[in-house]
Design a protein around this ligand. Sequence first.
Ligand code: ADP
Length: 763
Amino acid sequence: MRKNGTFVDVRVSLNPMSTAEVDYPEIVATVADITESKRMQEKVEFAADAYSTIFSMAVDGLIVHTVHGEIRDVNERVCTDTGFSHEELLAMRVTDLFPAKVRHLFDERRDEVLRDGFTFFETKLARKDGEALPVEINARTAKVWDEEVVLSAVHDISERKTAEAETRRRSVQLASLNEILKAATRSLELDLASKYVLAASMEESGAKSGVLILERPGGTGVFDLMASEGFTPEQLSKLDTDALKTELAELASVPWGAAVLDIPSMSADEKRGEIFDLFKEEGFSCALLVPVKKEERVTGVLCLASKRRNLFREEYRDFYNAAGAEVSVALQNAIIYRELAAEHERLALLYRSAQDISEQTGIDALLDTLAREAAEAIGADSALIAFVEPGRDEFVWRGAYNLDLGLLEGIHMPLDKGLGGEVVGSKRAVLTEVGEEPPEEVIRKDLLAGIFRGKKGIGVPLVSGDRILGVLTLQCPKELRVSDEDVFMLEAMGRHAGVGIENAMLYEETRLHLQALEVAHEELMELDRLKSDFVSTVSHELRSPLAVIEGFARTLVEHFDRVDPDTEKESLEIILKKSTILEGLIANILDMSRIEAGKLEVRFEVLDLRELCRRVIGDQERMVEVHEIELVAPDKEVKVVADPERVEVVLGNLMRNATKFSPEGGTVTISLREFGKMAEVSVTDEGIGVRREEQEKIFDRFYQVDSGENRAFPGTGLGLYITSELLRAMGGTIRVDSEPGKGSTFTFTLPLAGIEGVAEGQK
Ligand code: ADP
């Protein structure tokens, strides 16, 4: 204790002082101040304490070993990491802790740590149980207990290694995914896209066999094999059945998505359908089924199979699903593209057919075009067009493609029967599936059933506005797929055709009208021409007798006192003859204008035709010079009901023509007879005759066979026209019989008197 009351640590040593001179023992006390050294010791103790705490509590394993590898100390962590006990470890060399194949590294590491004082490396710890633990080692040299030792910190990096492996795997998967996606989007062509997807999936997964199946669009539940690789044709033919494809789709329709099948591990009772039998038989060990989806619906399956076990793993399912989702989108796009392309194709077809149809003006050509184009558009074998005609209660066969319309002759199909009947009833397109085949004898009787035998039928209305003009039926192969879009297209074609048919009908009608108008026009033109000819003819016909009359009259007047009586008589006779001609001409013109105005009046009386003939012959005989005139008549009167003046005109005209057109002379024979209820008068000459093609025309107004300026025979072309009109008005007829160069016979009839109803009727 110090003076100031504080204490100082001291060490006291007492030593006896043993000398002979001193009887009593003497002790020497040495007091040494030990404050500093005590503090040092405390420090050392504290450090040792801290060291041992840190050593034991360190998170990493710590190994103290000699530079030769003898282990001096280890902490608890080393025991847990290696599985050896503390005692066991102290008996081991540090190299024992590493797998045999990395031990050689230790010499290098030792040199490094001796040279640089530290080293750092990754390796694996060999555990007592034989497993290896990835570690990172940080070793430094130190001096402990005067010995040069190495302190190695062992850091467990297994988690980091797993994470690294996982990252690597992910990136490989991402690369695969990318490859598959690239393949899937390489083509919008569904077939190609399917092939690429399958090929890329096989390449990325290492599978050697695979198929891709897709559902036919429209929720059909029917699957098509879009692509396949690596399967033998026999395996494929077993796989490509509806049952197996549906089974694959079902297996892929699980909530967790991709299904991994480990085939050998499936026991017999666990087997899930034919696909297992098939894969087992063919020696496959595992298969992967990745669903192709549209929204939540499974619309296809990518199926990969391998003979290597565990090629596909449950734990990669996320990856499979991700790839499946990408592939689904790509394939969906291809499907949509295909549908759009099909739609485009349909529209183009429709456009073309509308164009083709509207180009046809004739109905038959139009129907042929329609039948052919409709059949070709959807792939039908044949087509038949039946019309619904006003006022008929059965179809009228009008057009066909690949069918003989002639065969349908005599086959009656009521408007409310059959496929056509259904179409007429609903005014919509109707589809019939292939029904049961009708028995042979029914087919023979009912040809229509024969045409549709074993075929799928489609009936399409041909409509214009809301009127149904007919039905187009198509006979299709039974396996042909007919989509809603196809039906819409056919209906549109039916509407186009309906309008086209109506137009063609109008066109046809207009054409006929036009033709009639043309004929009428031509007739009018002809009449016009005849009329203008007539005017010049008439003026000429009037002028020549007038000139003659004028000439003779002038001579008579100028020389009236010097003309001898014979010449005077002759002149007057000529004047009279020409005046008669003029009178006849004028009478004809007047008659014609009356006929034209519909004002021809005839009076009827009973007259003796024989008597009338004699009188007219008498008149005519005075005018002829070179002809013989003969009458052949019955011994009795021939009584007719007629207008005597008109009959005189008729007979006079015919006799004048007979003499006029037989310039060489000859006999003109008038024969009279009764024939049934009529009296018949023929005037026969031996003149120039009338050619057959002229025979009808000569009764037309103004018609002359030879009407030119320099014609051989005078005349106006009115005689026969007026003659036939007069006869018609009196209930009679006229006809001609002639041979050119030999002569003509004109025969007219008049009703006999006393025959009931005739005279009455005429009145
Ligand atoms: P036309 O005044 O010219 O005689 P018609 O009407 O009497 O007129 O006769 C019409 C045409 O018929 C004549 O131009 C002539 O070509 C022909 N024809 C009429 N009668 C005879 C006949 N007996 N023999 C030959 N041709 C005739």
